[in-house]
Design a protein around this ligand. Sequence first.
Ligand SMILES: [Zn+2]
Length: 310
Amino acid sequence: MKASPFMKDSAILGYMFKRLSLIFFIFSFLINPANAAEPEVIKLADGVYGFIGKQGAANSGFVVTNEGVVVIDAQGPKDLALLLKKKIHEITDKPIVYVINTHYHGDHTYGNQYFKEAKEIISHENTQKNLIEKDKQHREQFKKFFGENALEGFELTLPTKTFKDTLTLRAGGKTMELAYLGRGHTDGDIIVYLPIERIMFGGDLLYKDRLPWLGDAYISDWIETLKALKNFDAGIYMPGHGNIGNIDMLFALQQYLVDLELEVKKHIEKGKTIDEIKKEITLPKYKNWLKYKEWLPLNAERVYKEITGK
Ligand SMILES: [Zn+2]
C-alpha cells in the first residue's frame, strides 16, 4: 500500500483533537446503557457511522456520501440486516449505493440480500469464491450459531465486483481505500480505510475484548498481516466484533495470537495429544475476553493443526 499523505500529518493540535475526540466517542459509548441491549449506532466522523453488535456480535459500518450510502458488512441474520437498514434510513434518505463485504462469513455477508439496490457488492476475490465453494457447510455453521430457522427466506447474494490487492472507492466526496494485506482470519479479509477521517474498518482481522474465531484462520499469516495493518495511521479502529478503540486493539490481538501459538507449542513439545491440549490449555491473561471458555480449546485446535499439519 502506498504511503498516504495523511500518514505524515504532524499538526500536533489536530492530532490532539483527534485523540480527544476518540476518547469522547469511547466514553460516550461506554456510559450509554443502550449498548448492552441492542446494536448501537455511533457517529465516528462526519457521515461515518459504526453499528456495534451487542455482546460481541458482528459490527457493520456505513458512510453517508453525497451520492448515497456505502455499507461495510451487511450483517447476517435477517432481523439484524433489516435493523441496520432501518438505522441507516433514520439518518439519511439517500439510497444504498455500495456494499462492502470484509470477508465471507455469514454474520457479515448473509444480509447482502437486503441491500440489493446497491450498484455493486464489493469484496476480495476469495470472499466471492468462498461464498460459492463453501456454501453448504457454511450455511450449516451459520445455523449452529444463529438457530435452525435462521436461514428461512435466505438467498445467497454474492459480491458483484471483486479485487485482489487494493481498490480505491470514491463515492459522493468520500474516499475509501480497500486493501487486502494477506491471509488472516480467512484468506480473503480486507480492510476499509478512510484516509481523510483516519478511520479503519478492520473486519474480523480485528477483535476487541473477545477471543477471535479461528475456524478459517491462518494464525502465522495473521500475525504478519496485523504488522502490515500498522502502516495505516488511523485514529479510530472498528473491529469486526467488539467496541471501537485505538491501535492498542491491534497489538492486543497480535499478542493473543503469539501467546496462543507459544502455549500450544509448549504442550506439543511435552508430547501432549490434541485432546489433552484442548482440556488443559489456559491463557489467564485473556480470561476476561468474551468467549474465553468456549473458544480457547477450539483456537488451540486450529493452531495445533497449523503447526503439525494434522
Ligand atoms: Zn468472521
